[in-house]
Ligand binder design. Structure first.
Ligand SMILES: C[S@@+](CC[C@H](N)C(=O)[O-])C[C@H]1O[C@@H](n2cnc3c(N)ncnc32)[C@H](O)[C@@H]1O
Length: 368
């Protein structure tokens, strides 16, 4: 059976999620914050397994205008939930409302829960829902009086690849790091170096991409617990992903950071990502870093200096990045920075620039 599936994404990343879906063979349609595509539950599994830049994969069960609680009840009650859910399904409901007539998430949640339970009870001839079985979290979004009723297939958000145990001072989301690598223009025949690698997110995401390693290869997804999925097909997709992984085809990938603790943490993450011996990291100040001559792709997420007291230090780092580029005339640089003074301190305008959000922080992604 085919469903409308929704891959959610951070603002600005929808286009790249669409591109990833197209590489997987699905035609996506971008909207604000997500990409829609058509597919079966097993396709949703493949998307969960392979999408590097999406946050979650959801099933769109219904959508339509809702002005009153009655409208919402009817919309939810009209869904054939039994096509997806068994009689013992546990279906927690959450709701977000914005710029709508219905603005109370808790009331909408209660109404939707009642409608869903009534539908399941009527279909399975039950007087109550035990909810003792597999989980089907229902997300309801009501925006400008338009409701979307969705079921989560991912479980943990997709940025949780399984290699990160501690976040460091200013971690970069894995999904955004993957987007940075994919948009950098890096051909994975060139060496890549992150001169302020912190906990190593950019290095690990670069290695995963270059080695064709599915980001979700070693984690599970919620829909794997559902009785209506074809477990054999899921196993086939997972085995295909295992076979695609070619860690031996990696070009030199390395990183450095001024903070020895960050470098230790980075090494731990590299180990947990199964990449021991494939990424080299060391303690170094980028202001006097020197790599072997030749082409290199620098990829960096320097400090932004959120506090006023850090500003001077940040300017010195950005200037230092310019020095690094001058010492490596064949280098390219892709940098994500939330400090609007980056280009001024760096002393050059970016060849290409786009806007991303790192959490709530507005950042420029710049290519030099
Ligand atoms: C925003 S964090 C990077 C986060 C990283 N992308 C991650 O995934 O964890 C910035 C990093 O720059 C490092 N840093 C600051 N000044 C530096 C310098 N002069 N040379 C090298 N690294 C520096 C900090 O130690 C910090 O780890």
């Amino acid at each position: 059976m085919n469903y409308t599936l929704i891959a959610t994404a951070a603002f600005g990343l929808e286009g790249i999620v669409k591109r990833e879906l197209s590489q997987l063979g699905y035609e996506g349609k971008t909207e604000n914050g997500f990409v829609r595509f058509e597919g079966s539950l097993e396709d949703a599994f493949r998307a969960n397994l392979w999408l590097r830049t999406a946050d979650r994969v959801l099933i769109l069960m219904a959508e339509g205008p809702v002005m009153t609680f009655e409208d919402l009840f009817r919309l939810v009650r009209g869904v054939a939930w039994q096509e997806l859910m068994p009689r013992d399904a546990a279906a927690p409901v959450s709701c977000k409302c914005a710029r709508s007539q219905l603005m109370s998430p808790s009331d909408c949640q209660a109404i939707a829960k009642k409608a869903l339970s009534e539908e399941l009870m009527a279909y399975y001839h039950m007087t109550w829902c035990s909810e003792s079985g597999p989980r089907y979290p229902v997300h309801i979004s009501i925006h400008q009086n338009q409701a979307r009723i969705m079921v989560d297939t991912s479980g943990d958000a997709l940025n949780k690849r399984g290699y990160r145990t501690w976040n460091g001072e200013a971690p970069l989301r894995e999904t955004l790091a993957a987007a940075m690598v994919m948009l950098s223009g890096w051909r994975n025949t060139t060496p890549l170096h992150d001169p302020c690698c912190g906990t190593g997110t950019l290095l690990i995401e670069s290695a995963f991409l270059a080695a064709d390693r599915a980001p979700g290869l070693t984690r599970s997804f919620l829909l794997e617990t559902w009785p209506k999925v074809d477990q054999k097909l899921l196993e086939r997709y997972r085995n295909e992903a295992k076979a695609a992984y070619k860690p031996d085809q990696l070009p030199p990938i390395s990183g450095s950071d001024i903070d020895p603790e960050a470098v230790e943490l980075c090494k731990r993450h590299i180990h947990q990502a199964g990449l021991d011996g494939r990424i080299e990291v060391s303690v170094a100040d980028l202001r006097n870093l020197q790599l072997p001559d030749g082409k290199v792709q620098f990829l960096a997420n320097p400090p932004y200096g959120e506090r006023l007291s850090d500003q001077k230090q940040c300017m010195s780092i950005y200037k230092g990045m310019r020095g690094l580029m001058d010492r490596h005339p064949q280098a390219h640089l892709a940098v994500l920075c939330g400090n609007p003074s980056f280009e001024r301190a760096f002393g050059r305008r970016a060849n290409k620039k786009r806007r991303f959000y790192n959490g709530r922080l507005e950042c420029d992604y710049m290519l030099f």
